[in-house]
Design a protein around this ligand. Structure first.
Ligand SMILES: Nc1ncnc2c1ncn2[C@@H]1O[C@H](COP(=O)(O)OP(=O)(O)OP(=O)(O)O)[C@@H](O)[C@H]1O
Length: 227
């Protein structure tokens, strides 16, 4: 029997607005995001990439269609509290603009999701140290975001996304603010962590060099999959 994909979108439609102002951002999108693979969503500006990632990550709900976990759990139909619990326990998010809290150190930023879970301080400290080491920032743990380069800030972002040991990673244009060399190193890190940890990773990008590193590519145009 085939293993169902960790994360899938089935016949996803998302409409915004109504009447003359109605926008069909997604029109019947199917996507599979298997464990241990990096799936890249690409397409021109306005093609629906952010809308799709927001649905897959439980940050928004489809107008119709389903987001399905492990072949049976319909994330898009769960009550809001259960969506929040799934997001907290199973999904890590990386943002284009890093999303770090300026007054907190790198380690404190990474620790934030563990605090929200109520994890005890000793376990928190161990987990934070381990993931900072893995992303190459052990020596920068006490620095604040403004003391770090863009690439280092995004490493903090990746560490924060993964410190809680999620099995799904969602990243919307994670390298959009970075120069091309730095973007490549962040992409390599995401690819390696995806394979090491068996993550079902889905990221959006315009960058052809980054698309080339994907295990799977989904191309969007005007809200539909074109290849
Ligand atoms: N909240 C919203 N209200 C109205 N229209 C929206 C909303 N969010 C997205 N859209 C529209 O849906 C379409 C898809 O937008 P989306 O942001 O998903 O595209 P994208 O491929 O991520 O673009 P970019 O590469 O520029 O980030 C666009 O026409 C956009 O204007």
């Amino acid at each position: 029997m085939n293993t169902p994909p960790r994360l899938a979108g089935r016949e996803l439609h998302r409409r915004f607005g109504s009447g003359d102002a109605e926008v069909n951002a997604l029109i019947g999108v199917d996507i599979e995001v298997p464990a241990g693979q990096l799936t890249v969503v690409t397409g021109p500006s306005g093609s629906g990439k952010t809308t799709l990632l927001n649905l897959l990550g439980g940050l928004d709900r489809p107008s119709s269609g389903e987001v399905v976990l492990d072949g049976f759990e319909v994330l898009s139909a769960l009550p809001e509290d259960d969506v929040l619990a799934t997001r907290r326990d199973r999904i890590g998010y990386v943002f284009q603009t890093f999303g770090l809290i300026p007054v907190l150190s790198a380690a404190e930023n990474v620790e934030t999701p563990l605090r929200l879970r109520g994890m005890d301080p000793t376990e928190r400290a161990g987990r934070v140290a381990a993931i900072l080491e893995r992303v190459g920032l052990a020596r920068h743990a006490r620095q604040r975001p403004h003391e770090l380069s863009g690439g280092q800030q995004q490493r903090v972002g990746v560490a924060r996304a993964l410190v809680g040991d999620p099995d799904i990673l969602i990243a919307d244009e994670p390298t959009g603010q970075l120069d091309s060399d730095t973007a490549a190193t962040i992409m390599d890190l995401i690819v390696d962590l995806t394979h090491e940890r068996g993550l079902a990773s889905v990221i959006s990008t315009h960058d052809p060099l980054l698309i080339a590193r994907a295990d799977r590519v989904v191309r969007l145009l005007d809200g539909t999959v074109v290849g």
